[in-house]
Design a protein around this ligand. Structure first.
Ligand SMILES: *[C@@H]1O[C@H](CO)[C@@H](O)[C@H](O)[C@H]1NC(C)=O
Ligand SMILES: *[C@@H]1O[C@H](CO)[C@@H](O)[C@H](O)[C@H]1NC(C)=O
Ligand SMILES: *[C@@H]1O[C@H](CO)[C@@H](O)[C@H](O)[C@H]1NC(C)=O
Ligand SMILES: *[C@@H]1O[C@H](CO)[C@@H](O)[C@H](O)[C@H]1NC(C)=O
Ligand SMILES: *[C@@H]1O[C@H](CO)[C@@H](O)[C@H](O)[C@H]1NC(C)=O
Ligand SMILES: *[C@@H]1O[C@H](CO)[C@@H](O)[C@H](O)[C@H]1NC(C)=O
Ligand SMILES: *[C@@H]1O[C@H](CO)[C@@H](O)[C@H](O)[C@H]1NC(C)=O
Ligand SMILES: *[C@@H]1O[C@H](CO)[C@@H](O)[C@H](O)[C@H]1NC(C)=O
Ligand SMILES: *[C@@H]1O[C@H](CO)[C@@H](O)[C@H](O)[C@H]1NC(C)=O
Length: 421
């Protein structure tokens, strides 16, 4: 963990100097300069600013949920075109599970989280979320503040940490459900109970400049999770957690991910898809300019046996791997279950996947692992300009099973062709 932390800090330094190979200084300064310059001392007398303090929030360690709820109702139901819900800086507000409901009267609502939000560290009386925005159109959530999920108490009770305990779910820290024209930017989320940020049934979404942190051993603390979400851009994020940095599951389409630093964690994943014989569709996912550090996977597609549907039109491009276990992996025999999975004939089809300009070091000998289904093989897999080696042996190998109609171009090491005859 210490090594990962050092590596991460090092990359943060590189990133901040604009010297990292795949995150150019231009990208970074664009993202900084392009940020709207909001008023640091908004005038609360302004009719359209609703300050939680004016609704009785104390930020003194007592539950402020009620004040937040009232301030939201006022901002959301205001007749003004654009309203602001303000959470002042330099203060920490304790919040119980809280839902911000739409639709709103205001044509747009901006939630400026400048201060810190903290979840209580007891597990009684919880929902499956901590903070949830539901059915809000033209919502922006930003402000440079921090959400602290107080996850430790939940992790201790996870069956992945204490194997004698039954498996139960923990809340997601921040959920956006059924939101359209959504912007989430410039926030830090740390130590979530389970996943950090979930977008579900959302469309036209931008998630920019987010920092997401939880310890490497924290169970199921995915950074950003997308489910049934379309037309989304995720960029300029630092994510290091105990699970996937980014995971994209069923019903998601047209997702662009770029300038991501990921680690520790399980990498960037499409899936899992097709559990319990379900049907899943994911398409048009482009991941560009990512740096993965010490993660258990790099770029991964994982599907269960027995599923239906497809994962297709997926591009991974300009990816830098630093001591990554399983840098490039497709597993159509995924099984994350206490009960062993049995052989089934159907599978979620995996096709039209492009890996382009992927370089760096692999912590395992097999740096390219395509473990595809014998009945529904992976199809049209394209490898272009790949260089992955172990830092110890300066070599690595591939395992490509049940892959058809794949192509290689440029310089590809390790090649999949070697064992396909
Ligand atoms: C916080 O403020 C409320 C209202 O002023 C007060 O009742 C409560 O005792 C305060 N709590 C602490 C821990 O200071
Ligand atoms: C917040 O805290 C910083 C550092 O303590 C201080 O410089 C700044 O003036 C404070 N801002 C507000 C709005 O209180
Ligand atoms: C969103 O709001 C509309 C209008 O009130 C309602 O018809 C719809 O059911 C809501 N959807 C969700 C997911 O809450
Ligand atoms: C993030 O928010 C803080 C506080 O409002 C602001 O000072 C800073 O410029 C913002 N950064 C970006 C990249 O938007
Ligand atoms: C695991 O859970 C059991 C049952 O609640 C408990 O007795 C035990 O102390 C826990 N172990 C650890 C290491 O926390
Ligand atoms: C998969 O996503 C689609 C589109 O959102 C949805 O209609 C379907 O119910 C989802 N399937 C499962 C098994 O959740
Ligand atoms: C699959 O279904 C079983 C029984 O209905 C349920 O217990 C389990 O949680 C489901 N697994 C997943 C991954 O959805
Ligand atoms: C494919 O994946 C399954 C499940 O992870 C594993 O049991 C199997 O050994 C893998 N096959 C190869 C050839 O790696
Ligand atoms: C795809 O591969 C199959 C089996 O190897 C072969 O029969 C077929 O001609 C190939 N199709 C294309 C378009 O390359």
């Amino acid at each position: 963990m210490a090594i990962h932390f050092l590596l991460f800090s090092f990359l943060v330094l590189l990133f901040n100097n604009g010297a990292s190979s795949y995150i150019s200084s231009e990208d970074l300064s664009n993202s900084l300069a392009g940020a709207p310059s909001y008023n640091d001392h908004p005038n609360s007398e302004e009719q359209n600013v609703f300050n939680v303090d004016d609704y009785g929030a104390k930020a003194n360690g007592t539950d402020d949920s009620e004040a937040f709820k009232e301030a939201w109702e006022a901002a959301c139901n205001s007749n003004s075109d654009a309203t602001v819900l303000l959470i002042p800086r330099n203060k920490t507000y304790l919040l119980r599970p809280l839902i911000f409901h739409g639709p709103c009267e205001a044509t747009s609502v901006t939630v400026k989280i400048k201060g810190n939000l903290k979840a209580p560290s007891d597990r009684s009386d919880w929902s499956n979320y901590w903070i949830k925005f539901r059915n809000v159109t033209r919502l922006t959530v930003k402000g440079g503040g921090k959400l602290d999920g107080s996850g430790q108490i939940w992790w201790q009770h996870s069956c992945k940490i204490n194997r004698t305990l039954p498996c139960t779910d923990a809340p997601t820290a921040l959920v956006f459900y059924h939101c359209r024209h959504l912007k989430v930017r410039n926030l830090t989320s740390m130590d979530s109970q389970q996943m950090h940020v979930v977008f579900s049934h959302c469309s036209n979404v931008e998630a920019v400049h987010l920092t997401i942190r939880a310890p490497e051993w924290s169970p199921n603390t995915d950074g950003i999770h997308l489910s049934s979400t379309r037309n989304m851009r995720i960029s300029n994020c630092f994510i290091g957690t105990g699970d996937d940095c980014i995971s994209i599951v069923n019903g998601s389409r047209n997702v662009h991910v770029n300038n991501i630093v990921c680690g520790p964690g399980h990498g960037i994943s499409i899936g899992s898809l097709g559990s319990n014989n379900s049907r899943a569709h994911v398409s048009k996912v482009h991941v560009e300019k990512a740096t993965l550090i010490g993660t258990t996977n790099g770029v991964r597609i994982k599907t269960w046996q027995g599923g239906h549907g497809h994962a297709k039109n997926i591009h991974f491009e300009d990816i830098s791997m630093c001591n990554v276990f399983n840098p490039i992996i497709i597993n159509q025999n995924y099984c994350d279950s206490k009960i062993p999975c049995y052989q089934q004939d159907s599978a979620v089809a995996v096709r039209e996947v492009v890996y382009k300009n992927i370089r760096g070091t692999s912590a395992t000998d097999i740096s390219i692992n395509f473990n595809c289904s014998s009945t529904v093989p992976c199809k049209h897999i394209e490898l272009q300009d790949i260089s992955l080696v172990s830092p110890d042996t300066f070599t690595s190998s591939s395992s490509c099973i049940n892959v058809i109609n794949s192509t290689e171009s440029g310089s590809v090491f390790p090649s999949c062709n070697a064992q396909r005859n």
